[in-house]
Design a protein around this ligand. Structure first.
Ligand SMILES: Nc1nc2c(c(=O)[nH]1)N[C@H]1C(S)=C(S)[C@@H](COP(=O)(O)OP(=O)(O)OC[C@H]3O[C@@H](n4cnc5c(N)ncnc54)[C@H](O)[C@@H]3O)O[C@H]1N2
Ligand code: MOO
Ligand code: MG
Length: 618
C-alpha cells in the first residue's frame, strides 16, 4: 500500500519560477494517477547537493514510500542529483536506471548523458528521472510496472509479494493477458492489473474506437425521425408558399388605387381558389393564408378600413373605405417567400428536430434516410439478482433495477435496446449469454462483475473466451472506477462492450458518460454534453477521485449564476442521488489534502445530462 510519494524537482530555473516546473508536475500527476489514494508531496529546490541530500533524508525518514526526483542528472557543473542520491541510499538498484536508459536510447542518443541513480534507503525507493517532461513521461512508463512490486518488497508485504509471484507463474501479471484462470481464487490479482485511466483518456479512446464504426443507413418515417442524423439531404420540390398569400385578415387591393372607397368584389378564405382578376376600384375580402386574386398586389388589414355599405341582413359587404393608402406588396407573402424551390431543407449530418420534421412534412416528404443506430443489448449480471416482477425476494437477493433504468435512460436519449435478461456469475453462463447478445446486437451494455471479487468475471471472460481487446478496465472517476470498455470480433463483426459497474449509480453515470457518448459518436452526433458553470449552494466534500456528483439546478435570478444542490448522499449504491438530477457536477479530486472540500458558493462545471423540471432537492 503506497501512502505517500514525494516529488523533488532540482533546478535553479524552476526554483526561481515554479511555473516552469513541467517535469515535476508531470511526475506528480503520474504518481497521483497510479496511487490515487496516496498523499503526493512536491518540492522544488535549486541544484544544491547538500539541499538535495537533506530533503531526500527527510522524506525517507518520514516514511514516504517513494521519492522521485527530476533534474540535475546531466553533465553540467551544477548537476548533482545522482551524487546526493548515492550519498543517502544504502543499496543501489541499477537495473531500474539501466532499463530507463535502454528505452530512452531508442528515442535519442542524448540518453547516454543521463547519470540517473535508483536505490533504497530503509523502506523508501528513490529514483532519479531526467529533467525534461518528455523524458519523465517515457521513463515513468518503463518503471511503472515494477513500482508496486518493489513497494511490496520494501514494506515486507508478504501477501502482496506472494500474489504477484504466483500470478507471474500463471501469467496474470500482464494487464491485458487472456491467460486468466478464474478457478484459482487464491491466485486472483490482489491489486487490479488494469491501469487507471484519466477520464479524458478514456473518452479519447471511446471516441477514436467509435470513429471506426462503419456508417449504415435506414429509412424512417418522419414521425420516428426526431433526433436522428440525416444521411441524405432533402430539397424543396415546390416553393412555400406556392402562391402569393395574404399575411393579414383584410382586403386584397391594387396599391395604385391609393386610399378611398372600394367595391368589395368577392370574399376569399384560406383554401379558396381565386376566380377572376381584380379591376381598379375593386377589392376582395381576404383571410390570412388565402391566395391573392390576380391583379391584387397588396393587403390592407381590416383595422385600417371602414364599412361604407352592406346588404340589409349584414351578410354581404358592398363597399369599404381604405383609410390608409397601401404600398405594393404590403402584407403579402410572395411565392417562395418562406422556402424558395430547391432550398436544402435538411442537410447530411443534421440532427432532426421537430421544426425540421414539420418543414420536411410541409414539403411533401413522408420518410427520411438517416444514420442507422447500433443495436444495443442490455444485460444484468449477478447471482443476487431477481426479476423486478418477482413477488417475493429470496434471502440475500435484490431486484434488478439496472436493466429497467438503463433501458429507459437509453430510450430517453433516443436509443432502443434488446433485453438480454439477468445472467448468473459463472464463466459458462456468461459465455453463453454474451454470445447470444453478440448474435443480436452490435453493442453489449452489461452491469456488474467488473471489480475485484472472485465472482467478478466479466473481464477475464471477455479476454479469455472472446479474445477481446480491453481498451480500459479502470477509470479515475467516482462513481464508476471499474468501468470497462472492450471490443472483439464475433462471427466476422466487431462488437463493442461496455461492462459497467453493478452499483446502480455507477451504472447510471457511466451509461451517460460512456455508452450514450459512444452511441452519439457512432451515429454522427457530437460526443460532448453541454456544460455550464453553477454555484454550489452548500459545502461539498471532495473524494480522492474526480467525482460526477448528481445535483438539481435552479435559476434564482436572470442576473445570477444557476445554483446547484447536491442530491444527498452520493454513495454509488444510492440511486436516490440520481433521481431528478439535472446535471453531473464535475468535482475535482481532493488531491493530496485529505478531507478537502469546496466551500458553499464555489463555481463548478456541470454537465447537463438531465432536465430542469426536477422535483426533489434531497
Ligand atoms: N476490493 C475492491 N472492491 C471493490 C472495488 C475495488 O476497487 N476493490 N471497487 C468498488 C467499486 S468502485 C464498485 S463501483 C463496485 C463495482 O462492482 P461490480 O461491477 O463488480 O458489481 P457487482 O459486484 O456485481 O455489484 C456491485 C453492487 O451492485 C449491486 N448490483 C449489481 N447489479 C445490480 C442490478 N442489476 N440492479 C441493482 N443492483 C445491482 C450488487 O448487488 C452490489 O451491491 O465494486 C466495488 N468493490
Ligand atoms: O466507482 Mo464505484 O462506482 O465508486 O462505487
Ligand atoms: Mg463485484
Amino acid at each position: 500500500m503506497v501512502k505517500a510519494v514525494a516529488i523533488i524537482t532540482a533546478s535553479d530555473t524552476c526554483f526561481k519560477d515554479h511555473s516552469k516546473d513541467a517535469s515535476g508536475q508531470a511526475l506528480a500527476e503520474l504518481a497521483q494517477k497510479l496511487y490515487p489514494e496516496a498523499n503526493i508531496h512536491t518540492l522544488i529546490i535549486p541544484d544544491e547537493r547538500e539541499l538535495m541530500e537533506r530533503e531526500l533524508k527527510y522524506y525517507c525518514d518520514s516514511n514516504v514510500d517513494l521519492v522521485l526526483t527530476t533534474g540535475g542528472t546531466g553533465l553540467a557543473y551544477r548537476d548533482v542529483t545522482p551524487e546526493a542520491t548515492k550519498a543517502v541510499i544504502q543499496k543501489e538498484v541499477p537495473a531500474i536506471t539501466i532499463a530507463m536508459t535502454i528505452e530512452s536510447l531508442k528515442k535519442t542518443p542524448m540518453a547516454m548523458l543521463s547519470r540517473s541513480v535508483a536505490g533504497i534507503r530503509d523502506k523508501t525507493l528513490i529514483i532519479n528521472f531526467p529533467g525534461s517532461k518528455k523524458a519523465v513521461l517515457e521513463c515513468f512508463e518503463v518503471v511503472q510496472p515494477i513500482l508496486s512490486h518493489a513497494m511490496a518488497l520494501l514494506q515486507n508485504d508478504l501477501n502482496e509479494v506472494r500474489t504477484i509471484h504466483d500470478s507471474m507463474q500463471i501469467g496474470h501479471v500482464c494487464p491485458h493477458s487472456s491467460n486468466v484462470d478464474v478457478t484459482k481464487v487464491a491466485f486472483r490479482p490482489r491489486v487490479s492489473p488494469y491501469p487507471m485511466l484519466e477520464m479524458s483518456q478514456a473518452w479519447k479512446i471511446v471516441d477514436s474506437v467509435m470513429a471506426e464504426w462503419s456508417e449504415h443507413f435506414e429509412i424512417v418515417s418522419l414521425e420516428d425521425a426526431i433526433g436522428r442524423v440525416v444521411a441524405q439531404p432533402l430539397s424543396a420540390m415546390e416553393p412555400m408558399p406556392p402562391f402569393d398569400a395574404s399575411i393579414k385578415d383584410g382586403y386584397a387591393c391594387i396599391s395604385s388605387d391609393g386610399a378611398g372607397v372600394r367595391r368589395v368584389r368577392t370574399a376569399l378564405t384560406a383554401g379558396d381558389a381565386p376566380t377572376s382578376p381584380l379591376l381598379h376600384g375593386e377589392c376582395a375580402r381576404i383571410n390570412t393564408g388565402a391566395a391573392l386574386p390576380a391583379g391584387a398586389d397588396c393587403v390592407v388589414q381590416v383595422e385600417d378600413t371602414k364599412l361604407v355599405t352592406a346588404s340589409e341582413n349584414g351578410q354581404v359587404e358592398i363597399e369599404v373605405d381604405i383609410l390608409v393608402a397601401p404600398k405594393p406588396q404590403q402584407d403579402v407573402r410572395p411565392i417562395g417567400f418562406d422556402i424558395p424551390m430547391g432550398t436544402v431543407l435538411v442537410d447530411k449530418g443534421d440532427v432532426l428536430d421537430a421544426a425540421q420534421i414539420g418543414m420536411v412534412a410541409g414539403a411533401g416528404y413522408q420518410n427520411v434516410t438517416v444514420r442507422a443506430y447500433p443495436k444495443v443489448a442490455l444485460m444484468s449480471t449477478g447471482n443476487e439478482l431477481q426479476e423486478p416482477s418477482e413477488l417475493k425476494l429470496k434471502p440475500a437477493h435484490i431486484r434488478d433495477s439496472n436493466r429497467t433504468m438503463l433501458k429507459t435512460l437509453l430510450r430517453e436519449h433516443g436509443y432502443d435496446s434488446i433485453d438480454c435478461g439477468i445472467v448468473r456469475d459463472s464463466p459458462e453462463n456468461l459465455v453463453a449469454a454474451i454470445s447470444e447478445a453478440f448474435k443480436r446486437a452490435d453493442f453489449l451494455v452489461c452491469t456488474g462483475g467488473v471489480s475485484m471479487g472472485e465472482r467478478d468475471l466479466l473481464k477475464p471472460v471477455l479476454l479469455k473466451d472472446f479474445g477481446a481487446t480491453l481498451h480500459f478496465g479502470r477509470v479515475h472517476m467516482k462513481p464508476g472506477k471499474p468501468t470497462t470498455f472492450a471490443t472483439c470480433e464475433f462471427e466476422g463483426k466487431t462488437k463493442y462492450i461496455f461492462a459497467l459497474p453493478g452499483n446502480p449509480v455507477s451504472a447510471y453515470v457511466c451509461c451517460l458518460l460512456f455508452v450514450i457518448r459512444a452511441l452519439r459518436v457512432s451515429s454522427g452526433r457530437g460526443a460532448a454534453w453541454a456544460k455550464m458553470r453553477v454555484r454550489l449552494d452548500g459545502c461539498v466534500p471532495l473524494d480522492p477521485r474526480p467525482e460526477y456528483a448528481r445535483a438539481t439546478v435552479r435559476f434564482p435570478d436572470a442576473e445570477d449564476m444557476p445554483v446547484a444542490t447536491l442530491l444527498g448522499n452520493q454513495c454509488s449504491s444510492r440511486l436516490l442521488s440520481a433521481c431528478g438530477a439535472s446535471v453531473l457536477l464535475e468535482l475535482p479530486a481532493a488531491g493530496p489534502v485529505a478531507g478537502r472540500s469546496l466551500p458553499s458558493g464555489s463555481l463548478v462545471p456541470a454537465l447537463i445530462t438531465g432536465r430542469f423540471d426536477a422535483f426533489r432537492s434531497q
